[in-house]
Write a protein that binds this ligand. Structure first.
Ligand code: HEC
Length: 125
């Protein structure tokens, strides 16, 4: 009887330990969202790629579908930084038409990268 109880206890303890391992592995299989690096955001290597992927189709080159609102250079973009429209538009805040136009908000991390760059004074680096 005592032996059976001991065996049962060991089985339960091992079972718990093992399920703990499975849980750990599940965390590896479904990782938590990676941390968002917003340190020292650069215009050339951080901001331009975001705008290229999400905005220039309407706001760059010869695009004519944004009512002439072009900002595919640093100096043009500064107009929208300084007026506050850039951040208002991408955060879907009042005072600007939400961007990207008629599409869902950019991912949180992407918005935070642009905010971080603006907060550093929107350098042309
Ligand atoms: C599908 C085309 C399209 C895309 C993609 C797009 N825009 Fe726009 N954007 C427009 C149009 C059209 C307007 C003018 C809207 C209006 O006047 O109501 C505009 C206006 C703006 C304005 C001025 C807003 C205001 O209220 O004055 C900003 C800033 C802006 N866009 C930023 C962005 C950014 C940043 C992105 C990318 C994240 C982006 N847009 C993506 C079409 C687009």
């Amino acid at each position: 009887m005592k032996k059976t109880f001991t065996l049962l206890t060991i089985t339960v303890v091992l079972g718990l330990a093992y399920s703990g391992c499975i849980y750990d592995k599940a965390e590896l299989v479904y990782p938590q969202p990676a941390t968002c690096d917003t340190v020292n955001m650069k215009y050339s290597t951080d901001i331009v790629p975001i705008l290229t992927a999400n905005c220039y189709v309407c706001h760059g080159g010869n695009a004519s579908n944004s009512g002439g609102r072009k900002f595919d250079s640093h100096s043009l973009l500064l107009n929208y930084v300084n007026s506050g429209k850039l951040i208002k538009a991408i955060t879907h805040s009042s005072g600007a038409t939400p961007m990207p136009y008629q599409l869902p908000k950019l991912p949180e991390c992407t918005i935070n990268k642009i905010k971080a760059w603006v907060n550093r004074g929107a350098p042309n680096n």
